[in-house]
Structures are given as structure tokens and as C-alpha cells.
Design a protein around this ligand. Structure first.
Ligand code: HMG
Ligand code: MG
Length: 302
């Protein structure tokens, strides 16, 4: 199969990237981050998460962030919602897309959202109906699709089972997420191909954390089987507070650099993203975790 000629990159830095930061990041920095990402060309940015502030304190400013950003017409600003309380907040904040997030592992579902997979689907049913009524896009995310920090192995069939349930709730897009970055290319292809038997491949995405350095290889493997939507975080920010040891998402700069090399269109200005990576890393007081980003930034200074 030939590789897709263009891909959609969903920038998840403002949400997945920042949710695990211990230092409180002021809303105006988050707003500037989203605005800069918008200007760099992203058509879909995960900007907020309406979860319990006791569980994820960093995301408590989500309403403020959504109210403060400058939206580009046609761009999609997404927000995570675990239940109807989160949905109501996302609706009030004018999110364009709500993301229900479940897991392919029972143990992780309990740790992350305090309920079983079956219970989560029941909660999501109300959210899905409300999203449709309010004409919001609905995305479903499946954590631990390639392994679980508590349970270990996760079978391809258990991923397929959650794909079916999210499809039946009416999701417009479904994310196959490697929460702890343990997947390798062959296994990723097997999961994607199995998921594609249940849900249209054009609307399946790959969400790879880079804990074991496999994310770019896994993205390439996904391209080979026809996946054309990927998530990434500028500067490689990120991690899930309920997946101990998991590091950030694959760095957006690295993904765009690879896509450019492959002649695959992203619509995103790599040099602008490199600058954004340096901006947010400076604010956080550390070096960006993007090989391509740091190499391009160093070359500029030379
Ligand atoms: P719970 O304690 O079972 O909830 O948590 P509850 O319904 O019993 O409510 C307890 C309290 O939370 C109540 O407040 C509720 O009002 C409040 P109190 O009366 O005690 O003051 N509450 C809320 N507050 C604000 N917004 C809400 C909300 N819901 C309840 N939406 C719950 C269940 C799902 C709320 C909790 O477990 C939670 O917030 N979990 C979120 C965990 C999370 O955000 N994890 C990171 C995101 S997922 C991720 O990163 C993975 C992903 O990137 C893909 C991948 O890489 O795998 C997407
Ligand atoms: Mg994630």
C-alpha cells in the first residue's frame, strides 16, 4: 500500500502535554500556546480537559483557556470530557469537539476514570447523545491499546471490542492510544488493521507516547497500513498522571520533519512549531524533548 499523500496532525500539547506538569502554568501561557499553534497551521488542537480538578489540577483553568483563545474559523478546538459534568462545561466553553476517553485495559480504566470499561461506556452514552443534539463532533480515545502499566499485555481483541462500542456510540473519530509507549511497529500494524475491520480507517488515529523511543517507527508503520491522523505534542511534552513512568507524546516537530521528508502534506509550518517548542520549554524551564526541534533551533543560532 502506498503511503497517504496528506495527514492530519492533532496537536495535543495544551492538554496531554501540560496535564502532568507539577508546576502551575498560568492560563495566559496556555492561551498563548494555543494561539501560536493556531497560527502555525493546526486545524485541530486539543486545548482543554473538563475533568475533576482533584484528579488533574493542571486542567482546572480549562474554561478560562477556552474563553481566552483566538479561534481560527473552521479549526477544531477539542476538550476531554469523562462524564456529563465535563460535557456541560465543554459546551459552555464552546468546544468544537468532545473527547470521551476509555481504555482497552480494565485496570487502567479503574485507575484513570474510576470505573470499569462497561461503566465508562454507559457514562459516555449520555455524553454522545448530548454531543449529537448539540451538533458537536465526538471523538473516542482508547488508552492502553498496546499495553497497560498495571495489567501488562492487552489483547488486540480487547481493543477491537472498545472500538466497536465507541463506534456504536457514534464517534466521528477513534484514537488508538499507546499510553505508555510500549508498542512496536508489527504490533501497531496488527492493532490498526484489526481496528479498521470495525471502523473506517480514514477516521482512526494513532496517539503514541514515546517512552520507549518507538513512536516515529510506530507512526511510519501506521502510515503503511493507511492511517492518516496522528496526535503529537510540541516539544514532546506530556504524560498521563495515572500512567506512572509514561513520558510525553511523540514530538510534533519530529513528526512534521518526518512527514516533510516523506513528501506527505501536513499544512503546518515546521519552523513556527520549532519556535513554539522553544517558547513553551523555556517557560517550563527545560530543554524541548524534540530531536528535530532542537537540531533546527541550534542550526538557527549557529
Ligand atoms: P469520581 O471521583 O469517581 O467522580 O471520579 P464522582 O462522579 O464520584 O465525583 C467526585 C467529585 O468530582 C465531585 O466533586 C464531582 O462534582 C467532581 P465533589 O462533590 O467531591 O466536590 N467531578 C467533576 N468535576 C469537574 N469536572 C468533571 C467532574 N466529574 C466529577 N467532569 C472522574 C471520576 C472521571 C471525574 C475522575 O476519575 C477524573 O476526573 N478522571 C480524569 C483522569 C484524567 O484526566 N486522566 C488524564 C486524561 S486521559 C489521558 O491522558 C490518556 C489519553 O491521552 C490517551 C492515552 O495516551 O492513553 C487521552
Ligand atoms: Mg496521551
Amino acid at each position: 500500500m502506498s503511503l497517504p499523500s496528506k495527514v492530519k496532525i492533532i496537536e495535543v500539547g495544551p492538554r496531554d502535554g501540560l496535564q502532568n506538569e507539577q508546576q502551575t502554568i498560568p492560563a495566559d501561557i496556555k492561551i498563548e500556546l494555543v494561539n501560536r499553534l493556531t497560527n502555525a497551521g493546526f486545524a485541530n488542537i486539543e486545548a482543554a480537559s473538563f475533568v475533576s480538578p482533584k484528579w488533574v489540577p493542571q486542567m482546572a483553568t480549562s474554561s478560562e483557556v477556552m474563553a481566552g483563545i483566538t479561534r481560527k474559523p473552521g479549526a477544531i478546538y477539542s476538550a476531554l470530557v469523562p462524564n456529563m459534568k465535563g460535557f456541560e462545561a465543554a459546551l459552555a466553553a464552546k468546544a468544537d469537539e468532545v473527547v470521551i476517553f476509555g481504555a482497552a485495559s480494565e485496570a487502567f480504566s479503574q485507575k484513570n476514570i474510576n470505573c470499569s470499561i462497561a461503566e465508562s461506556i454507559e457514562r459516555f452514552r449520555d455524553v454522545a447523545e448530548a454531543a449529537k443534539q448539540n451538533k458537536l463532533r465526538l471523538r473516542g480515545s482508547i488508552s492502553c491499546a498496546l499495553g497497560c502499566p498495571y495489567q501488562g499485555e492487552v489483547s488486540v481483541e480487547s481493543v477491537a471490542d472498545v472500538v466497536k462500542r465507541l463506534r456504536d456510540l457514534g464517534c466521528d473519530e477513534i484514537d488508538i492510544a499507546d499510553t505508555i509507549g510500549v508498542g512496536t511497529p508489527n504490533k501497531v500494524q496488527a492493532v490498526m488493521q484489526r481496528a479498521a475491520k470495525e471502523f473506517s480507517i480514514e477516521r482512526l488515529s494513532g496517539h503514541f507516547h514515546d517512552t520507549y523511543g518507538q513512536a516515529l517507527a510506530n507512526i511510519y508503520a501506521s502510515l503503511e497500513v493507511g492511517i492518516a491522523i496522528f496526535h503529537s505534542s510540541v516539544a514532546g511534552l506530556g504524560g498521563c498522571p495515572y500512567a506512572k513512568g509514561a513520558t510525553g507524546n511523540v514530538a510534533t516537530e519530529d513528526v512534521i520533519y518526518m512527514m516533510q521528508g516523506l513528501g506527505i502534506e501536513t499544512g503546518i509550518d515546521l519552523h513556527a512549531v520549532v519556535e513554539i517548542g522553544q517558547f513553551i520549554s523555556k517557560h517550563l524551564g527545560r530543554k524541548a524533548v524534540s530531536r528535530a526541534g532542537n537540531a533546527i533551533a541550534a542550526k538557527r543560532l549557529a
